[in-house]
Ligand binder design. Structure first.
Ligand code: HEM
Length: 90
């Protein structure tokens, strides 16, 4: 049985940059989160957070603060799982 999550492809993710009124989504650890509600609370500020928006921010996140528990913090912001274009088309 397929997991009951939206399957988000890189193309879909790229739309959600957090810029020009669009929501901000970020892939982290194979899951995709809508980080829009968190922007105002990010201790590192909006521009830093949005560096990882619209794409897979896993590496960047790990370079900056690997100790931060994003899974717990963003549990309510889970959009779906991050898949390849091929998996998204399947
Ligand atoms: C702090 C960058 C994503 C949570 C910071 C700081 C930077 C930064 C530069 C340090 C601010 C300072 O000490 O003055 C980034 C970048 C991100 C990102 C480039 C893109 C991937 C996130 C996400 C979350 C998050 C997705 C949470 C879900 C935090 C927290 C701190 C922090 C809790 C404070 C950590 C501490 O002081 O120990 N961030 N951040 N960040 N960020 Fe991020």
């Amino acid at each position: 049985r397929d997991a009951p999550y939206l399957r988000v492809t890189p193309t879909m993710l790229r739309y959600y940059t957090g810029r020009k009124g669009k929501d901000a989504w970020m892939a982290l650890g194979g899951r995709v989160y809508n980080i829009t509600p968190y922007i105002a609370f990010h201790p590192g500020g909006e521009p830093e957070l949005l560096r990882g928006a619209g794409r897979d921010g896993t590496t960047l996140f790990g370079e900056v603060h690997p100790w931060v528990n994003y899974e717990g913090m963003l549990a309510a912001c889970l959009v779906g799982i991050y898949v390849t274009e091929e998996e998204g088309a399947a």
